[in-house]
Ligand binder design. Sequence first.
Ligand code: UN1
Length: 515
Amino acid sequence: MPATLAAASLVPEVDPLLQRLGVPRAAYMGGTLAARSPITGEVLAQVQQQSPADATAAIGRAHAAFQAWRNVPAPRRGELVRLLGEELRTAKADLGLLVTIEVGKISSEGLGEVQEMIDICDFAVGLSRQLYGLTIATERPGHRMMETWHPLGVCGVISAFNFPVAVWSWNAALALVCGDSVVWKPSEKTPLTALATHAIAQRAIARFNRETGSDAPEGLLELIVGQRDIGEVLVDDARVPVLSATGSTTMGRAVGPRLAARFARGILELGGNNAAIVAPSADLNLALRGIAFAAMGTAGQRCTTLRRLFVHESIYDQLVPQLVKVYTNVQVDDPRIAGTLVGPLIDRMAFDGMQKALEQGRALGATVHGGGRVEGLGGAGAYYVRPALVELQKHEGPALHETFAPILYVVRYSSIDEAIAMNNAVGAGLSSSIFTLNMREAELFMSAAGSDCGIANVNIGPSGAEIGGAFGGEKETGGGREAGSDSWKAYMRRATNTINYSTALPLAQGVTFDV
Ligand code: UN1
């Protein structure tokens, strides 16, 4: 493909793509929300937006759907998710391309995002037969105690632009097998991928009804497209007992207290300011590749992106010049071109935020490699940048806060305790990693006295988690867990049942109460 690809308009491509994905034209023509591509900076479509009243109505339909869906046996609910996974397999190439067009991810990452959706569907299908409760020994003779997991209600999902469809699927696949219905408010920056995903899900529901003779209730999966005001409806409506919200810590600070005020559950996935430690024993070739993907992949726009690198002083002069070379040579271009590793930033705001952080670094005397705009790609509204490597004398200033852009701050350390302390010295607590072949350091890093993050890796970077594990983080990251392990429990309510099969009525704790 020519290097001038980003100059050609994407508009003629988008309508046939949306048609293949099954999106009705009325949803993306003549509306008031401009859908853009960061590849060219141009407007692709005009999407219809929903009002707060529409959002309330969607919650009403979802609530009615929940009341029917909760009575469908869980393995049968799993059958719907199995079909969703099949429909996603069929649509993978098209949906992956749409992710690339709407978010600017390189092709393998666009496809990888859809693969992540398929993976969570497979996981949820198995889970639909494993929603286990415990049987617990009781202190009373002739009694049995157990716990039962029941569907919870409408699950609200607020997702961010950077994983515009996978985050919905982590929540929706689990919520569906758990017996919940879902109302989804995607980022206003990515309405097209949301519309496409919704169309795919509706096809899965139609097949479920046709092929299994079921009657999935209308309103099981609702999509509301629009601005912050409709997100607020989801946050405040008493019929939404659990809300999964992915975005900035600022967003979480607004959402968290409002959920708490009505005693709703929040699954908050907020900012990350993820670090990696490179120890003296590290396999430096492997570390180099791990750092490159984690720091520059997705143009630094993952919550799990590597943002801070602590390099032991004994290997600093060996590793950092090699890293600078990688940063200088990495291919920044149209994400559809083979060989491109870094596509555009999402928009102007992201570009400005990046430049501001780099200025702050320079003001502290940092050495800044790269970070400038790559001219000549896309239109005026497209923001391609060379990723930035910022050598800081101290762990300070902009390194202490998340900037959603490809900036990697590099700082020297001399002792492992110092490196772990720096890893933990920020507000966010999402992901972290260490490159070392020293098992004492690796175990210390993963121990109670080690990394305080929800994810702590060894010899891989902090990003690119697979769905089998619980995904999420501590502190200002919000504490929520999604995807694998036992994350499903957040989408259900637990009942403890005590059953007396004797003829006596012994009371617990030796209490007597004879009437
Ligand atoms: C996010 O950036 O919102 O671990 C999620 C990863 C991906 C998910 C990132 N599986 O990088």
